[in-house]
Structure formats: C-alpha cells, structure tokens
Design a protein around this ligand. Structure first.
Ligand code: ZN
Length: 285
C-alpha cells in the first residue's frame, strides 16, 4: 500500500499557533531558516529513498527560489500551500481565487514544473467554505488535500468523508483528507503534525497500519521543515499551550521520520491522487 508523504513548506514563524504573537507585517525582519531545513529534509528523503510532495507557500518561494527548485530537481512534487498562510475561511471566494493564481505563478516560476495540487493552510477548507473546491476545480487543480475530517481546536470538518472524495459535481477534482484513525465513534488525528511529534512513534505506526489494513486505504501524512529544527528561535511571548505544542520533541523528529519511512511505503501526493481517483465517491457540500 502506497501512502502519501507531504511537507508543508513554511518557516518557523508562519504557523497558526503564533498568529497572535507575530504580526504578519514583521515577517520580513525575521531570520529565514526554511531553506536549510528543506535541504535537511531532502537529504533525509534521499537516504530513506522516498519521494514526497512539498506544499509550499508563495511567500517562501519568492524568497528562496533555489531551495524550491531543488525540490523539483530531486524528484519530488511541488504543490501549493497558498501565498502567506491565510486560512481559506478568512477569505472571500474572489480573494481565494486570487491567492491561488498568484501562488501558482510564483511556484511555477521557481520550480519550473506545473502545479496541480493544493493544501489549504491549517486544513481550512471546511463546512464554512462550500465554494472553495469549486474555485480549485475552475483553476484546473487535479487534487486538494485540505480537509481534516475531525473536530480540533484550530480546524476540522467533522462530517467530511475520511477518504478521497469528489467535491464538485461534473469535475475530476479529488479531495484527499488528512488521515484519521477511527476508534468506535471517534476519529483521531493520525496524519502527522503535533500528533506525530508529541506522541510516541508506536502510536503513529499503529494508526497508519490500521488505516492500511482495516480501511485498506492510503494514509496521508504531513510535517513541517521547522519540526526538524531544534535550534529555531523561541517565541517566549506565545501562549504556553502553543509553545508546548510547537517545541516538544523537535530533536527526536528526524529519527522518528526515518523509522516512519522504513516501516511503510511512501510516495508523492499526485501519485496517490491518480490511484484514489479510481475509487473515490462524490461528496458535495
Ligand atoms: Zn501550513
């Protein structure tokens, strides 16, 4: 079973947990660490012989085009994570369309490859944005991986399907939600992020194996370049809960990723989209 491996390419200060601590207008004064961290991730992937998809912010690609080009040159998929991490439910449909178009131009210029995949910042396509998939379909995207079919304090679309679906009537667009593990009536986040970093690796291994074996579907896993960077600056003014979530286990993350790469089979999201397109069902909100 081929599983989908993805990296959301943003820097240490561009995360939802710090949005009330770091002002958007101050971003340009902060030290960029993302290019070095992407290089570390690319080397790790080469050593583990895995390919992945890098959902990348347009803001990052404008400033670090060489790092973005190396993602493509080393055989990975470059895809869109929006321009500056504005969550979709904070935008109008027109603003969302403009954000997508602007980001695609920047990424295609930097990477020299067509962009056909999208991941919403903080999985922010949900019940509040019934128009979002239509905009993606209009712009010719083949797939989106922007839905967390779960309840979470920052995000979630509880009623969405757990596995790939077609969100727009008459369109081939496929939505591939991030992985959850179903335990009775409950759905647990099991696709990466803080879940993977904070909890013991055995829990992730169990959850992904359960999705592969019981559900017989691919797992969709994600992490961020800053999660392998224990030397990043510390945001002392952020709320304790955010700091705990952001800084726990940064130094053990690379080893965990190597184990994950060895225990399962991983590939690019465009490959997963091609496979899942043959079996997914309509779900139009
Ligand atoms: Zn993100």
């Amino acid at each position: 079973m081929l599983n989908g491996l993805s990296v959301d390419v943003e820097d240490w200060f561009q995360v939802g947990a710090f949005e009330n601590t770091i002002d958007r207008v101050d971003w340009d004064g902060l030290a960029l660490r993302v290019a070095d961290n992407v290089k570390f991730v690319l080397d790790l992937f080469d050593a583990c012989e895995v390919k992945a998809t890098f959902f990348t912010l347009g803001w990052v690609a404008e400033r670090e085009p060489a790092a973005i080009r190396s993602i493509v040159e080393r055989g990975h998929e470059l895809a869109s994570h929006g321009y500056d991490h504005a969550r979709v439910f904070t935008l109008t449909p027109e603003q969302f369309a403009a954000d997508l178009a602007k980001t695609r131009t920047i990424l295609e210029d930097a990477g020299g490859a067509a962009i056909t995949g999208y991941r919403a910042p903080s999985f922010s396509i949900d019940a509040r944005t019934p128009w979002a998939h239509e905009v993606l379909a209009e712009q010719g995207y083949r797939y989106s991986s922007s839905v967390a079919p779960i309840v979470h304090d920052h995000y979630g679309w509880r009623d969405a399907p757990r596995f790939a679906f077609r969100p727009v009537e008459g369109s081939e667009l496929v939505e591939i939600p991030v992985t959850t593990a179903q335990i009775g009536e409950r759905r647990l986040a099991a696709g990466g992020g803080g879940f993977f970093r904070v909890l013991p690796y055995a829990f992730s291994r169990w959850a992904i194996a359960r999705v592969n074996d019981r559900d017989e579907r691919p797992a969709i896993f994600y992490f961020h370049p800053w999660e392998i960077d224990p030397d990043q600056p510390r945001m002392k003014d952020a709320p304790l809960r955010s700091r705990l979530r952001h800084y726990t286990n940064l130094s053990t993350m690379a080893d965990k990723l190597r184990r994950l790469a060895g225990d399962f089979s991983w590939g690019r999201m465009d490959e997963i989209a091609r496979i899942e397109a043959q079996r997914c069902v309509p779900f139009v909100s």
